[in-house]
Design a protein around this ligand. Structure first.
Ligand code: ADP
Length: 477
C-alpha cells in the first residue's frame, strides 16, 4: 500500500532554489516513490511559479489569509507533484524568496505562517481531490509552525521536522503570537518562546513527532552549544526522537557519464576529464596550473570558511596549485576572492554570481573541491566532487566528516581514502591539507586511487530514502 506524505518547504529545485534545502526537497519525492510513499510538495507561489505548473487546477480556496485571498493550486512541474499556496499579496513579488531590494521582507513571519496554515488545511482534508496525508514533513524555520498547528489543533496527522541549517531560526517578536495563530499558552520556554521572542524553528522542534537533520554527525553536534546556536538544549531534550539522515545527491542531474553540460567521462576514461579541465582553465582565463586545480562553488559566507581560503592561498599557489571560484555572498568575502584573483592572475580566477551550468563544468574540470566550512549540516558539493573524481578537501564537521574518508597512509594503502579531512577548521590546518593535496596530486597512483574510491562511493538517495520511509512508517503505523 502506498503511504501519503505532504512535504512543506520554502524552496524546491528546480522551481525555486537558494541552497541545498531546495535540492533535498526536490529530490525526495522521486527517492520516496521507490519506497512506497507518494510525496506532494507544498511551496509558496512566488512570482511566475504558477505558470510553470502543468495541468494546474485550484484544489482549495482558503478564503482570506493575512489580508488577501489565498488558494491552493495543484499540478505537475519537473516530474514533481506540486501544491502551490497562491496568495499574490504575500508571494507575487519581484525579488528572492526571503528578501527584496531593501533586505528581508518585513512580513516574512506572516508569509510563512500562511504557508503553514495552508499545510494544516491540506492535512484537514481541504483539497477537492480528496487527498489527505498520513504524515506532514516540514523543512526548516519556514515550515516550523506547521507541526505546531497540528499539535495545538489535536490533529491525528503525524509530523516530522528536518533541520537543514540551525543558523536560521525564524525569530519573531513576541507580540506576533496571536497573529501567527499560536495560543497564549504556547509562549513559554518549553514551547515557542525563545529568549523573549518567538522562534518558528523551535516551535517545530518541540511539537513535531520526530526531528531529523541531514547527517549523523550534525545530529550529534547540534546538542553542543558551539553548534546548537541556542537551541542545543531543545534538541538534546528530543534526543530520543532525533535522527541524522544523510542527504543524497540527485544522480540523474549529477553524473559525469551523462551530464549535458560537460564532455562526459567515467572512472574508466578519465582522460576525458582532462578535456574538461583544459576547457575550464580557458573559460576562467587561467594559464597552465602545474599542481591541482581547486574549485569552490559556494555561498561566500563566514560559515563556509571562505576567509580561510584567502589565508591559505599563498602557500598553495607557490606549491603549484590553482583556484577557480564561483559564488556570491558577503561583500567582504567577495572582495577577498577578487583581490586574490588580482594578486595571482592566471592562477586564481573568480566568478561572482550563481550559475548552475557553470557549476557542472567546474566539478568536471576541477581536480579538487574545497569545502572548509565552520559548520556544515550535510553539504552537497563534496558529494558532487566524489562523483566527478574531483577530490574533496573538507573540514571535519557535520556531513563533510560523514562523507569523506581522509587520505591517511592506511586508508590510502587500503584503497578506501576519498579525500582530505582537516581539523580544526582554521587556516593552518587548511594550509597543511592543501600541501598534502599537492603531494598526492604529484603521485599518479595515489591520485587515481583517491578518484576511483570517490567515484565508487554511493552518494545517491537509496539508503537515506529508506531511512525516511522507515521513519514515516514508524510514525503512521
Ligand atoms: P548550502 O545549502 O549551505 O548553501 P549545500 O552544499 O548544502 O550548501 O548546497 C549548496 C547548493 O547550491 C549546491 O547544489 C551547490 O552546487 C549550489 N551552489 C552554491 N553556490 C552556487 C553558485 N554560485 N552557482 C551555482 N550553484 C551554486
Amino acid at each position: 500500500m502506498t503511504g501519503q506524505v505532504l512535504s512543506v518547504a520554502s524552496e524546491c529545485a528546480p522551481l525555486v532554489k537558494t541552497g541545498g534545502l531546495a535540492d533535498v526537497v526536490g529530490a525526495l519525492p522521486a527517492a520516496l516513490a521507490g519506497q512506497g510513499w507518494r510525496m506532494r510538495v507544498l511551496i509558496p507561489a512566488y512570482a511566475g511559479l504558477a505558470a510553470q505548473l502543468d495541468k494546474a487546477q485550484t484544489l482549495a480556496d482558503l478564503g482570506t489569509l493575512y489580508g488577501g485571498p489565498a488558494r491552493i493550486l495543484g499540478g505537475q512541474a519537473a516530474g514533481l507533484d506540486i501544491l502551490l499556496l497562491d496568495a499574490p499579496h504575500l508571494f507575487d513579488r519581484a525579488g528572492g524568496p526571503y528578501s527584496g531590494p531593501g533586505g528581508d521582507w518585513p512580513d516574512n513571519p506572516e508569509r510563512f505562517a500562511a504557508l503553514c496554515r495552508a499545510a494544516q488545511a491540506v492535512t484537514d482534508g481541504a483539497l477537492s481531490d480528496g487527498w489527505v496525508p498520513q504524515v506532514l514533513h516540514a523543512h526548516d524555520w519556514q515550515a516550523g509552525l506547521a507541526p505546531a498547528y497540528l499539535r495545538y489543533a489535536g490533529s491525528p496527522v503525524k509530523s516530522v521536522i528536518t533541520i537543514h541549517n540551525i543558523a536560521f531560526q525564524g525569530v519573531t517578536p513576541a507580540d506576533r503570537l496571536g497573529a501567527l495563530g499560536l495560543p497564549p499558552e504556547a509562549f513559554h520556554p518549553g514551547a515557542v518562546e525563545y529568549f523573549g521572542q518567538i522562534s518558528t524553528l523551535k516551535a517545530g522542534l518541540v511539537t513535531a513527532d520526530a526531528v531529523t537533520t541531514v547527517s549523523p554527525r550534525y545530529a550529534e553536534e547540534l546538542m553542543r552549544p558551539d553548534f546548537g546556536m541556542g537551541l542545543e538544549g531543545v534538541i538534546a531534550a528530543r534526543a530520543g526522537d532525533l535522527h541524522g539522515i544523510l542527504n543524497g545527491v540527485d544522480t540523474a542531474i549529477w553524473s559525469p557519464e551523462a551530464d549535458p553540460h560537460i564532455t562526459p567521462y567515467g572512472a574508466r576514461n578519465m582522460r576525458r576529464k582532462a578535456r574538461n579541465r583544459a576547457a575550464l582553465l580557458q573559460e576562467f582565463g587561467m594559464g597552465e596550473v602545474p599542481g591541482p586545480l581547486a574549485i569552490v562553488v559556494s555561498r561566500l559566507t563566514w560559515q563556509k570558511g571562505i576567509d580561510l581560503i584567502e589565508a591559505a592561498l599563498p602557500d598553495f599557489i607557490e606549491a603549484g596549485g590553482g583556484l577557480a571560484v564561483l559564488g556570491s555572498g558577503e561583500p567582504g568575502l567577495e572582495g577577498a576572492m577578487q583581490r586574490a584573483a588580482a594578486t595571482y592572475p592566471g592562477r586564481v580566477s573568480v566568478r561572482i554570481g550563481y550559475d548552475e551550468p557553470l557549476s557542472h563544468r567546474m566539478f568536471a574540470g576541477g581536480d579538487a573541491v574545497l569545502v572548509p566550512s565552520r559548520f556544515e549540516p550535510c553539504g552537497l558539493t563534496q558529494m558532487y566532487g566524489l562523483r566527478y573524481g574531483t577530490v574533496p578537501v573538507v573540514a571535519a564537521t557535520g556531513g563533510l566528516a560523514d562523507t569523506v574518508i581522509t587520505a591517511n597512509p592506511m586508508a590510502l594503502a587500503a584503497g578506501t581514502a576519498t579525500g582530505l579531512v582537516f581539523h580544526p577548521t582554521d587556516a593552518l590546518a587548511l594550509r597543511q591539507a592543501l600541501r598534502r593535496l599537492c603531494q598526492l596530486h604529484a603521485d599518479p597512483g595515489a591520485w587515481k586511487s583517491l578518484q576511483r574510491a570517490g567515484m565508487r562511493q554511493p552518494v545517491g538517495w537509496e539508503v537515506s530514502s529508506a531511512a525516511y520511509a522507515a521513519l514515516y512508517e514508524g510514525l503512521s503505523g
